[in-house]
Design a protein around this ligand. Structure first.
Ligand code: BJW
Length: 235
């Protein structure tokens, strides 16, 4: 009997650049979030312990922007959802973004490695819950019943990103790795291209407005806006 070869799997890593044309700010661009707020204040566990209200206010403003600011998936998110539907092998999108634009575009094999803006998490039992406008950090956790425990379900500096085992295993097996709209400054995501190169199976392609910090590790780098590059790449 003939052995039918399996279609290869694809891993797509996305960063803030893919959501820029939907109206959400990146972090490290000149007009990015880190030009307006200090990382130590809003994106570290120490900052949260010092001033939880400030951190809640930062994430609540971003939640309002995401749900009330007319923010919609752009052609890049839609093209990745189409790739998942039409590619005969597996497509896994690993996003560093905490927005919900990939799922709204229709991607279903998706890992939010830095968490999700529209969820909170109990600091005691670690259970993520949907965020609601009237939820307060002082609310009771419905799972363990404790008060004063609901923090944003996001991964801050010094915390371990989510689902790393699943991501690393997919990176080892894939035949194509595509990195979209990420500056390559934040680990472990910035190290994924090196992991793919070490495994020695996959072609690594970067799609970005400008070459990232790790651009020299990719086999191919295409520059331009994601809303143009990603649909053209998927075609
Ligand atoms: C466009 C565009 C358009 C614009 N079209 N493109 C090794 C060496 C040194 C340090 C470390 C290391 N390993 C770990 C560390 C520490 C630290 C780290 O990386 N520090 C560096 C800053 C040096 N990392 C951590 O602490 C991480 N945890 C960790 O490593 O745990 C240990 C561990 C790991 C694994 C297994 C076991 C243990 C946690 C990092 C958490 C990051 N959190 C944040 C906040 C999340 C919540 C929130 O959103 O508020 O995540 S920080 C922020 O940066 C956010 C992003 O996801 C992340 C990455 O940013 P991104 O997406 O790349 O955005 P930008 O702005 O940097 O770039 C945008 C890009 O888009 C640019 O290239 C533009 O050109 C482009 N662009 N418009 C296409 N239209």
């Amino acid at each position: 009997m003939h052995q039918v070869s399996q279609p290869g799997s694809i891993v797509v890593l996305t960063g803030a650049g893919i959501s820029k044309e939907s109206g959400l700010d990146t972090f490290r661009d000149r007009d990015g979030l880190w030009a307006r707020v200090r990382i130590e204040d809003v994106a570290t566990p120490e900052g949260y312990r010092r001033d939880p209200q400030r951190v809640q206010a930062f994430y609540n403003a971003r939640r309002r922007e995401l749900s009330e600011g007319g923010v919609e998936p752009n052609p890049a998110h839609l093209a990745l959802a189409r790739l998942e539907r039409e590619w005969p092998g597996e497509v896994l999108v690993v996003t560093q973004n905490i927005d919900d634009l990939h799922e709204r575009a229709g991607s279903s094999r998706l890992i939010h490695m830095h968490g999700e803006l529209l969820k909170v998490r109990c600091v005691r039992c670690a259970r993520p819950l949907p965020w609601a406008a009237d939820i307060e950090a002082t609310s009771l956790c419905p799972e363990c019943g404790r008060a004063d425990v609901l923090r944003p379900h996001v991964v801050w500096f010094g915390e371990v990103p989510l689902e790393m085992d699943r991501i690393l295993s997919a990176l080892e097996r894939c035949f194509l790795f595509v990195s979209i709209g990420t500056s390559g400054h934040v680990y472990p995501a910035a190290g994924f291209v090196a992991a793919v190169r070490d495994a020695g199976r996959a072609r690594a392609v970067e799609l970005n407005l400008e070459p990232s910090h790790g651009a020299s590790l990719f086999h191919e780098v295409r520059t331009g806006p994601a809303s143009v590059l990603v649909p053209a790449f998927v075609e």
